[in-house]
Design a protein around this ligand. Sequence first.
Ligand code: 4LM
Length: 415
Amino acid sequence: MHKPTAGWHADTIAIHGGEAPQDPHGALVAPLYQTSTFVFDSTHQGGQRFAGEEAGYIYSRLGNPTVNQLEQRIAELEGMQAGAAAATGMGAVAATMMAFLQQGDHVVASDAIYGCSFALFDHLFRRFGVEVSFVDMSDLEQTKAAFRDNTQLVFLETPANPHLKLVDIAAVSKLAHHHKARLVVDNTFMTPLLQRPGEFGADLVVHSATKYLNGHGDVVAGLVTGRSEDIELIKFTTLKDMGATMSPHDAWLILRGLKTLPVRMQRHCENALAVVAFLQEMQPAGMISRLYFPGVNQDEQSSHESDLLQTQMKAAGAVIAFDMSDGFRAATRLLDQLSMIKLAVSLGDAESLIQHPASMTHSPLTPEARAAAGIGDGLVRLSVGLEHADDIITDLRQAFTSLKKGAENTALNTD
Ligand code: 4LM
């Protein structure tokens, strides 16, 4: 049993959410229950627990106190009834989707999503007779037209991985509910501190806890929150029987990471704004053809995006993307010039991470699917870390400068 947390601010829930009552030894930090199984007092008790007639733990794949504390904390942060923990973000996405699908069903998904979510939907689901329509969900007419009588689920990311396009969660949730479909939102890029999709009608909210929630680059993990009956279904069908459950040690590390989530997110967001300002300066120099960051997109959608930034988000987050004017070669050369910023996939860590979506995170998409989703070969994605903003900018500046010098030398040599 955990204490009620009604009325607490998110900063407090991040530290105390799901907390057990007094530890028998007075430990401040919840102990790590690193155990595979739990001992019964009697065969009668074991039978009662398996039959669901007595509360209590059985086996860590079916439930574990450390994991349960994390599930409770993330549910409270998202403002949802319950949570379930998975071995990875993909474990959470797969377990959530597959709990509600069967052969012959249809899914509507946004076209810009993490590459392995795309692969799961486009390749694996197809093998099991589930069809997925990928649409630009910022276009509500296109989204509306994609629904069919057998649409069971709608899946979206906002801001989208990798180019941060925003989707109106409330509008898509209305469409989904009109068709009696559930809306699943992947909230990895925002965390519940910057966006709570449940408040805008999402039925299920998934996370790669590998990213900001853990925040220290030492865990791969996933979480999902939603209504109690939906979470029970996910836990006791897909998660339990497919075995994609979270290890207690990973849950313990994420519980620790979550305590600093509010202060980390504040610093991530401040740093990102400083880096965006620097990149905006670069644009006149002609090296970047387009910058992607909520609130600074420069097309006809930008005013709608600004509205969404005001209504459904508390801040723009800390992932930035940009198109290099000279495409693939310029993008890869820039990445190879960086020194403090690490060339690695993933995001949301203390370390700033930079990567090339077309050849890395979004390589599972066909070139046609990438083109349809607006993911070009010159696109670069930067997860702004917690280092001093000046040091991040200095590293970027030296990389752009040496790229420019290289281009000038090439031009001179060919004159
Ligand atoms: C990446 N992303 O983008 P696990 N949902 C979103 C994600 O960005 C990811 C996952 C789910 C990256 C990983 C290499 C929006 C992952 C999947 O990696 O299974 O924890 O999360 O760089």
